[in-house]
Design a binder for this molecule. Structure first.
Ligand code: FEO
Length: 397
């Protein structure tokens, strides 16, 4: 199967409709994904990226229907992560001498994965590969967006930016173009992708986008490595990335809680009542950490100006689900967000101080010491929770 992209450029990737988890078990893909590979047929024939290893044989067999493999003049590996380079061993078994263009770090990474000494050609930002018919590929290093080896390739003449992971999303679709798909589904997957993968690199995202814009290259199409190809107003996703990279937040407060015997859940719901009473316009959301997909939670944290994290004290600490999400949050280096803690306890009540410590370590500004409740909340405790929620709005934001 191929999909015509523009002139002599075709998509030759794989739509993975059944994918539910990506990066092992680290990223939920509720809508599947795609691994986008592109074939450019000019005087020189170029293959840009491949697909994930489980689909290697299928991919190469399909590719044979598009081109005699021996007529591929160059391979470009924009990024060596396995979802894009995983079919290289199968493909290179047919054409072992074909030149592979990638960054210097890409060579190290490919060798690290496959232990092969293929015909590598390192490239740097601004390097140009002539492919004939007046067209060329211009390479742009994208270091740490999101791996050290990442780069983008720009096809002159057709004005296509092959951006690899950047501007992508895990979204299986038969349409493959941004103007054809459901826009709310598309942007939900885009922001989830940014929140969960790119947040720690936000300062680099802004810098790199300005660097690319300064090259003054006309961009008609952004051909990513996951999800849709942006052909209708392609820079709309670039503008979104600029917005998201600037310590993004909406008028949202998110309450995350875990609960053993519903006490901490009752606290969460009554704190929420207090918040809502004082501010009916704030977008208030509650999630049981144990019952909610962790990547969806991270997306909600990304959108929030304030998060409240609640856990009962278990042993001398917090529940494993709460510890798990706080570990995720710590690794993403959110900035300019506020937080506080709450939770029920029976005798010693360490959960508050533990959550506070972890939130502070993650860069959140604590708005107060939090609120805890001995045993199951009684009427007085419930009123205190409502008051606590209201005071967040009146004095802490
Ligand atoms: Fe889609 Fe970083 O791999």
């Amino acid at each position: 199967m191929n999909i015509h992209v523009k002139n002599n450029v075709a998509w030759v990737g794989k739509i993975d409709w059944e994918l539910q988890k990506f990066h092992g078990n680290e990223y939920s893909t509720h809508r599947g994904s795609t691994y986008n590979s592109y074939l450019i047929k000019e005087e020189k024939n170029v293959l840009i990226d491949t697909v994930w290893k489980p689909y290697a044989k299928e991919y190469v067999e399909n590719l044979k229907k598009e081109i005699d493999l021996n007529k591929i003049d160059f391979m470009v590996v924009n990024h060596a992560e396995i979802d894009h380079s995983g079919s290289l061993p199968e493909l290179m078994s047919y054409i072992p001498d074909t030149p592979i263009y990638c960054t210097e770090y890409g060579i190290k990474t490919i060798k690290g994965h496959y232990h092969q000494n293929w015909n590598f050609h390192p490239v740097k930002t601004g390097d140009v590969l002539d492919i004939g018919n007046g067209k060329a590929l211009v390479f742009v290093e994208m270091k740490m967006l999101h791996w050290p080896d990442s780069m983008a390739s720009y096809l002159t003449g057709d004005n296509i930016l092959f951006s690899n992971d950047a501007f992508g999303q895990h979204y299986a679709t038969g349409y493959m173009f941004n103007d054809l798909v459901d826009q709310s589904e598309l942007f939900a997957e885009c922001i989830k992708y940014y929140a969960n993968i790119l947040t720690p690199f936000s300062p680099l995202v802004e810098k790199k986008i300005h660097e690319i814009l300064a090259l003054n290259l006309p961009i008609d199409i952004i051909a990513t490595s996951h999800g849709v190809i942006w052909r209708d107003n392609p820079t709309q996703i670039v503008e979104k990335y600029l917005t998201w990279s600037r310590n993004y937040q909406e008028n949202q407060i998110t309450i995350l809680y875990d609960t053993m015997w519903n006490g901490t859940k009752v606290m969460a719901e009554n704190i929420a009542l207090g918040i809502k009473k004082e501010d009916s316009m704030v977008n208030l959301k509650l999630f049981n950490i144990s019952k909610t997909d962790k990547n969806d939670i991270i997306t909600e944290v990304f959108k929030s100006k304030l998060i409240l994290v609640g856990s009962p004290t278990i042993g001398k600490g917090i529940t494993s689900a709460t510890a798990g999400i706080l570990e995720e949050i710590e690794g993403l280096k959110f900035k300019n967000k506020k937080a506080c803690a709450f939770g029920c306890y029976g005798w010693s009540g360490e959960s508050l101080s533990k959550i506070n410590t972890l939130l502070e370590k993650s860069g959140f500004t604590l708005i107060n010491e939090g609120i805890k409740c001995l045993w199951n909340p009684d009427n007085k405790s419930i009123e205190n929770c409502k008051k606590f929620g209201a005071e967040i709005i009146t004095s802490a934001l």
